[in-house]
Write a protein that binds this ligand. Structure first.
Ligand SMILES: CC(=O)[C@@H](O)[C@H](O)COP(=O)(O)O
Ligand SMILES: NCC(=O)COP(=O)(O)O
Length: 257
């Protein structure tokens, strides 16, 4: 029997629009104009991940998107990144960028500066103490705090103890198992169900993201209490073939179903 489930907010990650823009001088494609296309197509939020090397999202993009989203009722701006990334050149440091842009949500991700992409969650058994003052500062700035986590129940329980509001489950392993039709797919999926249940029991809101796409998202939506997914890479690739508005509408339809 299918059970009624609440909708999941779709936050479109615009990193890859910025990556394309950075391959030439100038501002084409415009990150802000593509944010407007996504929001007009029904996305409930915009996500960016400003990295210190500014390979894609630049500090100016963060400020421009903050200004765009701030007056929009019911639309959220989510900025992801390594809280310990310091100032390099025109990159002011992650926490300073959050202070300047004051997004609705800040998702802390334990990436090193030279990582190709995000590929693991926090190890709170070793990093919880160090994160506490960061979390206190974000609360003072009225940012909702989400921690990028692997589907590890023990780790998730620690997230609540240090003041996180939500966790974002790193969905890379699920996406890999789905793409390769792994025999372990069901067991991996069950790990996410267990982690989602642990998050709810701990009083944490649940987000998810990384390598979600039109193929694997419908099944992932079966995860209980999924408040938000942030999707960028696959959605941008889909946009090449079908246009960004149509791509957002297709992801959004899955998130609403
Ligand atoms: C944390 C995560 O999985 C994504 O938010 C991240 O933005 C991907 O970063 P790249 O777009 O630089 O691969
Ligand atoms: N937090 C995940 C995100 O913002 C986008 O990840 P991806 O869809 O680009 O892999």
């Amino acid at each position: 029997m299918s059970h009624a489930r609440s909708a999941t907010a779709l936050s479109v990650n615009l990193n890859k629009i910025a990556l394309l823009r950075n391959s030439r001088e100038g501002n084409y494609p415009s990150v802000v104009e593509h944010a407007k296309i996504c929001l007009a197509a029904g996305a409930e939020g915009i996500t960016v991940h400003p990295r210190p090397d500014q390979r894609h999202i630049r500090p100016g993009d963060v400020m421009d998107l903050s200004a765009l989203v701030r007056p929009l009722e019911g639309i959220e701006f989510n900025v992801e990144g390594n809280p310990y990334a310091g100032a390099i050149g025109s990159y002011p440091g992650f926490m300073e960028l959050i202070n300047q842009s004051r997004p609705d949500q800040c998702t802390l991700v334990p990436d090193s500066d030279d990582q190709l992409t995000s590929d693991h969650g926090f190890d709170l058994k070793t990093s919880a103490k160090q994160l506490e003052p960061i979390i206190r500062q974000l609360k003072d700035w009225n940012c909702r705090i989400s921690l990028f986590m692997d589907p590890d129940v023990e780790q998730i329980k620690l997230a609540k103890d240090i003041g996180a509001d939500r966790i974002e489950l790193y969905t890379g392993p699920y996406a890999d198992a789905y793409r390769t039709r792994s025999d372990d797919l069901d067991a991996i999926f069950d790990q996410y169900v267990t982690a989602a249940t642990a998050a709810a029991e701990a009083g944490l809101g649940l987000n998810a993201g990384h390598d979600l796409d039109l193929e694997n998202l419908p099944r992932f939506r079966e995860i209980p209490n999924l408040l938000e997914v942030s999707i960028g890479h696959a959605l941008t690739v889909d946009s090449i073939a079908m246009g960004m508005s149509e791509a957002v509408k297709r992801y959004h339809l899955i998130c609403q179903s």
